[in-house]
Structures are given as C-alpha cells and as structure tokens.
Design a protein around this ligand. Structure first.
Ligand code: SF4
Length: 336
C-alpha cells in the first residue's frame, strides 16, 4: 500500500472514523480525504463543515467546523480563495455575503432547508407593513433576500441574548421564520406569542417531528439520563427535556457535565460527532436525518474540487448582500 495512504488511514483511525466503516471501507475514505486535501492546497480552498454533516466530512476534511454562528464568524477570517461549504445553501450565502471576493460553493444541488424555504422577502415586507415600526429579528436559516429585509440576524447560539437586547428598546418584535423556536424563546423571556412577539409559521422538518413521550420512555430506561434538545423542537418536547439550545450550547453542556447518559434530540450528525469527541460518555441519539445536510458526501466534495469551473457558484446580488450584511453585522455586534 502507498505510504501516504497508510498514514491517512492511521490518522482517520486515530479520530475513530474506522468505527463508522464496514471492513475495508476506511481505505476508500482515506483515498478520498487524501485527494481532497491535495485539491484544497492546489486551489487554496477551505472546507467549512456544519456539525450535522457526517463525521468523515467533519473530521476527515473540515477546516472550519461548528454551528451556523461559528462558521459565519470563522469564515470572515479565512485567507482562502475558495470556500467549499459543507452545510446548506443559506449558510453558504452568508459566507458569500461576508466574503464577496471569494468563490463559494456547496457540493450539492439539494442542500436547501425547510425553514429557509418557508418565507420570502415579499412575506417579510408584508409583515412589516402589517406591524409598522417593529424590528424584524430573523433566524439565520433564511435566504439572503429575507436577511436583507431584516434588522438583525440571530442563530440558535445567540437568539435569546439578542432578543433580550431588542426588548430593552421595543415592546414587540417580529421573529421569523421558525414558529417553534420563536415560541420557545418567548417562553424563556416571559413573553407572549401574538402579543409581544409576532411569529411566522416556518418549521424545521427534522425537529418538528420529535415526540415528548419518547423522552419519558428513555428516562425510565436510563436512570440519571439528561435530555438535551435543539431550540427548533416544539414547545411540548422542550418542556420534557432538561436543556434547550443550539448545537454549540449542547456540545458545551455535554463537555462540562458528567451525566450517566445524554439523550440528544436533534439531527443525527450531532450525536455521531458527540460520540467521537467524548467516547467515554454514554449517548442516546433520538435523532433524525436532515435530507438537505446529508445530500453532501466526500465524493461530491471531491467532484467539486476536481472541476470547480463546472460547478454552480453561490452568488448574491450586491444590493441584496449589502443590506443583508448590515443585519448580519448587527448580530455579531449584539452577540459579542
Ligand atoms: S436540520 Fe432543519 S433547520 Fe437544519 S438545515 Fe435541515 S431542515 Fe434546515
């Protein structure tokens, strides 16, 4: 066997990736990660990997890894010419808005998002006309056009803090597009949906379907279990768990606590990553696959980097990008 390939297999094995492979497959994975690494250097490319991606992407080729907030923040500082975004389209658009001179790609044509698709810029203009003077606080899971109509962007990592700041100056706010996250945040802040916060009807196809009854089933089976859920889950589910937050918050919670078992109520990729990062801890992943996130594979990243000229670049019209950037920068300012 080629020496470079043998060393790559050793590196991936030390990261625990062999545990996800059937016999012999680690060699195929290593051949791809080696090739991608070479192509990244040739093209001065950086790979951003969201935590819902598969571990072979996150650990095998990810240069910048994290939740939506961390990736948006980190990619502002990259010196690469090309950003390959292993995440969904709205995330890549955000990267493009923050890095207009760089070429940004998503290695899948199917990497959309049900939340992002739930609202258009025309919907936001209508909401603003119906509620004049109210600030529009927008979850990052939206298109560039929707961001451009917004006053401030938030992610699950900072939404509560930023909304709290907004309520210092306003009695009411518009929060779009996730109705579950909006209702969960309203509850955490002692606000009433409809009265203090105007919500939209978007939902995440992954998180909307988790059922609270299952949390009780696992609690009985694993005494001492701590249940963590993403803020995009419905309120009844959030009521049944011990901790609500974004994926970054959930990872930090796991790192800083010592429960007998953790129930992770979110996309499956997060559970896989947690198991690899903390092999000594016990995880039960009550998880679902995001079809959009999982449309990206090592093969699709390699194909893109072999021939970027034939791939579709992520673009945002300059006028839209300029307005959206104001709302994104407001998030960085308020989240700091
Ligand atoms: S998990 Fe939900 S919110 Fe995240 S990308 Fe998939 S559909 Fe969108």
């Amino acid at each position: 066997m080629d020496r470079a390939l043998a060393e790559e297999i050793k590196r991936l094995t030390s990261l625990g990736l062999h545990r996800r492979c059937v016999e012999g497959d680690i060699e195929k994975v290593a051949a791809l990660t080696l090739e991608i690494d070479r192509l990244k250097r040739e093209r001065n490319a950086v790979v951003c990997a969201h935590v819902y991606q598969t571990p072979d992407i996150i650990l095998g080729i990810g240069d910048l890894v994290g939740d939506s907030y961390k990736l948006a923040d980190d990619c502002r500082r990259t010196s690469a010419d090309v950003i390959v975004f292993c995440g969904v389209h709205f995330m890549a658009e955000t990267a493009k808005i923050l890095n207009p001179s760089k070429k940004v790609y998503v290695p899948s044509k199917r990497a959309g998002c049900s939340l992002s698709e739930a609202i258009t810029a025309a919907d936001v203009r209508k909401l603003k006309a119906e509620h004049p003077g109210l600030p529009v606080v927008t979850y990052i899971n939206t298109s560039a056009e929707v961001k451009a109509e917004s006053d401030c962007i938030v992610t699950s990592a900072n939404a509560e803090r930023i909304l709290r700041r907004m309520y210092e100056k306003h009695d009411r706010v518009i929060f779009i597009p996730d109705r579950f996250m909006g209702a969960n945040l309203a509850k955490a802040l002692g606000k009433t949906p409809g009265k203090d916060i105007v919500l939209w009807h978007g939902t995440c196809v992954v998180h909307e379907r988790f059922k609270p009854e299952l949390v009780d089933v696992y609690r009985k089976r694993y005494p001492g279990l701590v249940a963590l859920a993403h803020a995009e889950c419905p309120a009844e589910l959030i009521k049944a768990v011990d901790f609500m937050g974004g994926t970054g918050d959930m990872m930090r919670y796991v790192e800083s606590t010592d429960a007998s078992a953790y129930l992770l109520v979110t996309e499956c990729g997060f559970g896989e990553l947690a198991k690899l990062r903390f092999p000594e801890k016990n995880f039960i992943a009550m998880c679902r696959l995001c079809p959009y996130m999982k449309s990206i594979t090592l093969e699709s990243v390699a194909a893109l980097l072999r021939d970027p000229a034939s791939a579709e670049e992520v673009t945002v019209p300059p006028a839209v990008a300029a307005k959206a950037k104001v709302a994104i920068d407001r998030m960085f300012e308020l989240a700091a």
